[in-house]
Design a protein around this ligand. Sequence first.
Ligand SMILES: *Cc1c(COP(=O)(O)O)cnc(C)c1O
Length: 417
Amino acid sequence: MNAKLDSGTTTRPVTRETFDEVLVPTYAPAAMVPVRASGLDLWDQNGKHYLDFTSGIAVSSLGHCNPVLVDALTRQINSLWHLGNGYTNEPVLRLALALTEATFADRAFFCNSGAEANEGALKLARKYAHTKFGPHKSRIISCLSSFHGRTLFTVSVGGQPKYTEGFEPLPQEISHIPYNDIEAARAAITDDVCAVIVEPIQGEGGVIPGNPEYLKALREFCDKTGALLVFDEVQSGVGRTGALYAYMDKGVTPDILTTAKALGNGYPIGAMLTTNEIAQHFGVGSHGTTYGGNPLAATVALNVIEMINQPAFLARVKEASEKIMANLRKLTADFPQLFGQVRGSGLLIGLPVAPEFKGRSKDFTKACEALGLMLLIAGPDVVRLAPALIVSDEQIAEADRIMRAAAEGMLNTAPAK
Ligand SMILES: *Cc1c(COP(=O)(O)O)cnc(C)c1O
């Protein structure tokens, strides 16, 4: 008999401590374990309520257990779960039509995560340049402090050395340049470059919006050298900035766009969008993934796109953004010892900590969590807010009240200077 089954694995109570016993320790999750959620409301194992201003990490944009999505997914679950990619299916065809109608793209490739969408984009850019110009055109340009995922290729392309340390040898021909620096881009984008990959607003790197002039300059340098411009919209996409995709408000169109996170509202899906001309270079057998374009994920994503890609919905994202930003400006004015100038786009908002509180963004989110508000950080020096896009005015006011209380608590416990 199996000893593990004998010990009652499935009936043993699970707690936060169980994580430390049986999970590979790649994460340090919060002390509470969420068990149930609806909209922006969430409850932990003890029944304590939290207001969720994280949406996962900019994922559950239509709120937890959104009833329209629950209904669509339930119907699909009773019809068809999975086929290999030797067959196509109706939900994925509908989703591809919706995404290509709504964006610059003519074609979509589906996968399961942001890293995988970027992996596909980078491979496609290499293949395209290899076929069209020859193997010398293989260099990839990316920005410092960027984040593109955790596969070996995407961490190597990402601009955060802490994520590649110890994983060498790394993929070759990748160069990093400072973000929003046009002259550095001009010097780096030479004839051997096959792709320039950039987040229109850096998320993990500290919530740093890209200047439209910078993104336009990247477009110009790519056109001059035949490099492909790849926008990583894994975090900025699907309505997060108040546009369906951030590029639409920046006045710059990429050659390849990657999207994931909010595309499935928590159901795993990623996509790489591109033009007919570029897509041709990914012929039959050149790339693939077992679950990509699975009917369950595609059903959820189609409903997500249909709900978010509405002028009134996107206008409300911008309105909610202005309300939160106004509150945060007041918070900074009232607590200049704690916070710097708020920044961001739409409902992807960064609140940097003041120099006196350097490295302590997590202390603030922990203080908020104790008072029932979940927030994110974007590195040790930036508090990040990414509530569901359906956040109400009442929820915005409640978050403000809790953040003020947490800020007061932090000042009172700050070590005397
Ligand atoms: C989260 C993120 C990724 C990685 O997505 P995963 O689904 O975690 O693989 C890539 N790029 C950006 C900009 C992201 O924010």
